[in-house]
Design a protein around this ligand. Structure first.
Ligand SMILES: NC(=O)c1ccc[n+]([C@@H]2O[C@H](COP(=O)([O-])OP(=O)(O)OC[C@H]3O[C@@H](n4cnc5c(N)ncnc54)[C@H](OP(=O)(O)O)[C@@H]3O)[C@@H](O)[C@H]2O)c1
Length: 267
């Protein structure tokens, strides 16, 4: 689906990082946005910085994606005001890294609720509005960690693999409906996702070059324009798919590139 002036789009996790960059990039293409996040202040600060859309004013949608009722009400409000919905980006997410044995299970629950159920609630609320008009596009943020999970990110990787599986099946299920799905697989991006745990990041994660979120946003927009099944940012992330056919070879490559902590077991 081509993004053009007047495209009506909802972005979750709109207040910071990749979501914020996407909002700026979409608005500069003329899209009218519904910006969803929990923090009202940051969204309200961002809205005046966005180029105006010919389709009407951008809307702040203050909601927690882990609360189904809040997501449904926020999306319904946007659809009523904008008289439709063309694009929905399920981007909101959180990460807590560390060995699983040391993981507080409340943090694990938070990741599952936000990263998995939050995505399902967002898509579940957006999709009927698109099917009604036989037109629309959904974007789901997975991660390189959803293709090959890394030690120290077992639960996070599991949530991103769930997002990948959900998106893959949905793209096929929606065949012929006029609604399509793109899965985004970013590598490491320069955002505040790990700001609360910089000291705790595993060795394989240290000193890695992080991409600017604007680059991720532009790649996602291009993928929507071209109705791509998936977008890997940077392209080398795609190679993690080798893990499903040759896990030992993948481990060996990752040890060379990221160091021994990326794949400590050799059996
Ligand atoms: N950064 C990376 O290296 C990287 C790599 C691969 C994939 N990803 C994925 O990309 C997505 C965005 O990550 P990011 O790096 O941009 O993170 P970020 O900078 O921490 O931003 C996260 C955004 O999600 C929102 N959010 C968090 N929990 C929410 C909730 N319960 N309900 C509604 N909004 C919520 C936050 O706003 P509030 O806190 O105000 O709600 C914020 O706007 C995530 O799904 C992440 O897994 C990131």
């Amino acid at each position: 689906m081509r993004i053009e002036p007047g495209t009506r789009a909802i972005v979750t996790g709109a207040s910071r990082g990749i979501g914020r960059a996407l909002c700026l990039a979409l608005a500069s293409r003329g899209a009218r946005l519904g910006l969803m996040a929990r923090g009202k202040e940051r969204i309200e600060e961002l809205i005046p910085q966005l180029p105006e859309s010919p389709a009407g004013p951008h809307l702040a949608l203050v909601a927690d994606v882990a609360k189904r009722g809040q997501v449904e009400r926020a999306i319904d409000r946007f659809v009523k005001r904008a008289e439709g919905l063309d694009l929905a980006v399920a981007n909101a997410g959180v990460a807590h890294y560390g060995p699983f044995v040391d993981t507080d299970l409340e943090r694990a629950e938070e990741m599952v609720l936000i990263n998995v159920l939050g995505t399902i609630y967002t898509i579940g609320a957006a999709l009927p509005h698109m099917l009604d008009r036989a037109r629309g596009h959904l974007v789901i943020l997975s991660s390189g960690a959803g293709i090959r999970a890394f030690p120290g990110a077992a639960v996070y990787g599991a949530t991103k693999a769930a997002d990948r599986g959900f998106a893959e099946a949905l793209r096929h299920e929606l065949s012929g409906t006029g609604v399509s799905v793109t899965t985004a697989f970013p590598g490491e991006v320069e955002t505040g996702l790990h700001a609360h745990e910089r000291d705790l990041l595993p060795d394989w994660r240290e000193n890695e070059q992080e991409l600017p979120p604007q680059e991720v946003a532009e790649a996602i927009i291009e993928a929507v324009d071209e109705d791509s099944r998936a977008v890997y940012i940077p392209g080398v992330v795609r190679l993690l798919g080798l893990n499903s056919v040759a896990p030992r070879l993948t481990d060996a490559l990752l040890r060379r590139i990221r160091g021994a902590t990326a794949a400590p077991r050799r059996d």
